[in-house]
Design a protein around this ligand. Structure first.
Ligand code: AMP
Length: 275
């Protein structure tokens, strides 16, 4: 992969890169489409990164569909599909990790300790291998995108980060490879996550600026969802620092993480305040 990228760069070609864990859906493909439009060549990686999963998490059962993914990427005219083996990404003793402090410890970081260290480390490695001009991330994983932007800035990696909008199912549920875990009833119930974000956003737009009030409203709405097993977090956050916002002034992030059965789902919405 490094040699292929060196060759492209020697030919003065721009490289658009979409890192994924596979089981591709329309969300991934929208990133691919944007990358295709903005670059000479497009590289997609599929790598289910073991170091970002805790032992209790779903690494083993994470959906894998190499044949289906290959077909989709061929249809999308991707130039290179990079699918490294675990043994080539982590050969022998791996001693170096990338920690993006503070923002990695908030929101999902509280419930998935070590997760973002695994993400930041693998993304740094993938960027060094693929050497892209631009890397494409989805807003769906908002915290991940903030962390990637930070590590690129902090470590002087020469790449632009492009964050693309969340692609949703017809009922508003954010597309996710993990949605395949949901039973029929759970899948129906999951649509309430987007509804809750939308209602909270409407409340803010109607003039409510008390972040705590919005947070309370979101928790109440979520707890009404059938099939819910627990709420990790729901509330109003600063989109850069990810800290709780008590008085809504500028742009804010509404974010939710919850569990339906054994499936952890996340979603978010940016609310832009026009002053
Ligand atoms: P994953 O395969 O889940 O690691 O995701 C790979 C990339 O696709 C990440 O940048 C995600 O944020 C992005 N992505 C996942 N789901 C969606 C979605 N529904 N809409 C837009 N981007 C997404």
């Amino acid at each position: 992969m490094q040699n292929i990228s060196k060759e492209y760069l020697l030919q003065n070609k721009t490289i658009g890169f979409v890192p994924t864990m596979g089981a591709l859906h329309e969300g991934h493909l929208s990133l691919v489409k944007t990358a295709r439009q903005e670059n000479d060549v497009t590289v997609v990686s599929i790598f289910v990164n073991p170091i970002q999963f805790a032992p209790s998490e779903d690494f083993e059962r994470y959906p894998r569909d190499i044949e289906g993914d290959t077909d989709k990427l061929q249809m999308a005219n991707v130039n290179v599909l990079f699918m490294p083996e675990i043994s080539s990404m982590y050969p022998g003793k791996h001693l170096t990790y990338v920690d993006v402090n503070e923002i990695s410890e908030r929101l999902c970081g509280v419930f998935r300790p070590g997760h973002f260290r695994g993400v930041a480390t693998v993304v740094t490695k993938l960027l060094n291998i693929v050497k892209p001009t631009k890397v494409y991330c989805g807003q769906k994983d908002f915290q991940q995108a903030v962390i990637i932007k930070h590590l690129i800035r902090d470590l002087n990696i020469d790449v632009d980060v492009i964050v693309c909008p969340t692609i949703r199912e017809h009922d508003g549920l954010a597309m996710s490879s993990r949605n395949t875990y949901l039973t029929g009833g759970q899948r129906k119930a999951a649509a309430a996550i987007y509804k809750c974000l939308k209602e909270a956003s409407d409340l803010i737009k109607s003039g409510i600026i008390d972040g705590l009030h919005i947070k309370k409203f979101m928790h109440e709405r979520i707890l009404q969802i059938d099939e819910i097993s627990s709420v990790d977090y729901a509330g109003v956050y600063d989109p850069e620092t990810l800290v709780d916002v008590s008085e809504i002034k500028g742009d804010i992030l509404l974010a939710i993480a919850l569990n339906i059965g054994h499936t952890r789902l996340i979603d978010n919405m940016l609310v832009r305040m026009v002053t």
